[in-house]
Design a protein around this ligand. Sequence first.
Ligand code: C5P
Length: 307
Amino acid sequence: MTKRAAESVGRDLPVITIFAPAKVNLILRVLDRRPDGYHNLWSIMQTVGLEDEVSIRVALHRSEIQLGCDDSSLRTDPSNLVYRAAAAVLEQSGKSVGLEIHLTKRIPMGAGLGGGSSDAAATIIGLNQVLQLGWSSARMAEVGQALGSDVPFFLYAPAAIVAGRGEKVRPIQLTGGRWLVLVNPGFPVETKWAYQQLSMTRKELEPLSERLRRLEASSQIAWSEVVELAGNDFESPVFSAYPALREIKEELLAEGADIALLSGSGATVFGVFRDEAGAQKAASCFQDRTEFKAFAVRACTGPVAQR
Ligand code: C5P
């Protein structure tokens, strides 16, 4: 736990810290629009070693939720996803206790990396543990689903095939291991806007390929196969509006990435590398661009958890 987190939540009291990883979409197909206004998706999602931290302490002497964050640009009022996750768990478990929560942000926001959703999932996982609720992943995902489309995935991390609005999650194991370089350009892309752009610019909806359908039956998929099938439907509309993102993709490929892709609806672009040395070298190429943030990280192999 960071020093600031310790000061905020009380040094001498038991605090649990859950590490909340970022995600990338290795494959992201956006399918038909549903009657509820959302789109059906088909995605392979994978968590990566760039993490926020959610520290939680149960305060028996109080009954309210207190949220603090090291990033002053993030609101910590009841609109915050962590606050909402905590409130939902208390309501659905019928527990009436106070909570002191501190969030340490490292994952860029509005970045297509699922940071807010991961923080919400980490809050649910942490409270399930500390309040000894005994909830299954499915029960936690049910609570998480109401908070955001990406939240259920994090309850089945590190890798899963995600469908529906984001609520149908089937955990998979990606075999082989890879390093990734995440390049965030320093500006956000709004998810809702990206969906609108895609709907407006797409002439016809390409159905899900047979090869992707066949993956649904597999519980183990090789990284090399996913790399062959990688793609993101948001690239065309988002790159048209933000050509700088296409340039990042080209630079990552020129630096030796096996593939480079927009994550989610952006703005982060990531490259997949076979080893750490290649990833570190590629990340260092973006260091001079002060508005950019580049991270060389490993693909996660374990669930969202306390460490
Ligand atoms: O659920 P979440 O807050 O992540 O979604 C943000 C916006 O993205 C939604 O309001 C919706 O416009 C769009 N969306 C969608 N289909 C999805 C997920 C999100 O149309 N499966």
